[in-house]
Design a protein around this ligand. Sequence first.
Ligand SMILES: NC(=O)c1ccc[n+]([C@@H]2O[C@H](COP(=O)([O-])OP(=O)(O)OC[C@H]3O[C@@H](n4cnc5c(N)ncnc54)[C@H](OP(=O)(O)O)[C@@H]3O)[C@@H](O)[C@H]2O)c1
Length: 334
Amino acid sequence: MRAAQVKAFGGPEVLTTVELPDPVPGPGEVLIEVAHADTIYVETQIRTGQARAWFPVEPPYVPGGGVSGTVTAVGAGVDAEWVGRRVTSFVDGSYAERVTAPVTAPTPVPDGLDLRTAAALVHDGVTAAGLLELTAVGPGDRVLILGASGGMGTLLIQLARARGARVVAAARGAGKSALVRDLGAHAVVDVSESDWVERAREALTADVAGAAEAADGDEAAADVVLDGVGGELGLAAFPLTATGGRFSAHGAPSGGFAAVDVAEAERRGVTLFGIGDVQFGEAEARRLTAQVLAEAAAGRLRPVIGAQFPLTEAAEAHAAIEGRELIGKVLLGM
Ligand SMILES: NC(=O)c1ccc[n+]([C@@H]2O[C@H](COP(=O)([O-])OP(=O)(O)OC[C@H]3O[C@@H](n4cnc5c(N)ncnc54)[C@H](OP(=O)(O)O)[C@@H]3O)[C@@H](O)[C@H]2O)c1
């Protein structure tokens, strides 16, 4: 079978197509014929070698962590009923035409939902749904989403709105801002403008009676900040978190997670969440996957797929993610 392999740490060009032996499902495993592999931002950071402290993988390796596809064979001890099922699954080394996974990993894809859409939800959908549970976003909450035009941000907007929140989306540039507004954000701020923090504060407090007072007279405005960008941008958004609010620093495409002052958060009663809080166990991940797949099948959740590349162009897919011109998700098609 064909797979995309990282030969050495480096730029996108280190991703090349290789022939590998077809995987064989062992006891308790299924074999999945991959339709689409999803890509996530961190895979580009792992490829460069800059994420070695957290992801101790050494080249050569096949990147990727999620697929949609069809089960074509099962190993010993697995119910043959699995064969023919359309599924999504977390699986290491997913930039490949075929993968094996423990039978506890896949989630069936509902009838009527295409495998391309399903693939866009494998990581982003699960993390987005999990984040909103974790931060207990509810009706009337003022939610600020950083990185709103990304694969996960575009889902967070829709899911937060579905929970009845007032959503302010932060995106970069006019095109991305227009898209996140179309997805249902109540207001959009363009982070390429120097006064975006002030604009976000105004947008968060607009039409909310007493919001400024509730913020104890400081700049606080958001009940929940979901930071998918990190670095300076995330840090600049932290003061917008209302006293007693929640701040999730789960994103680091800027190069690092927002280095929020923990003592300051404690003083203001802000609950902090980080990347460790969105590492869900297998059962949790399956529950969240089923939830977002069902939402998408019902037409209530629309992943934004910015581009799809063939497996043989995995390098171009990574270059596109790093180029930051695309909106939403980048997929690989087999
Ligand atoms: N997807 C998941 O399941 C998951 C799970 C845990 C954590 N996370 C983390 O959440 C973050 C967002 O994930 P994603 O899947 O939505 O990624 P994505 O689709 O690639 O979106 C990345 C977002 O960050 C912005 N961005 C990219 N490069 C940047 C840079 N150098 N400086 C500032 N902003 C930059 C992009 O907007 P502009 O380029 O327009 O500025 C975009 O909005 C990532 O850090 C990821 O590791 C994701």
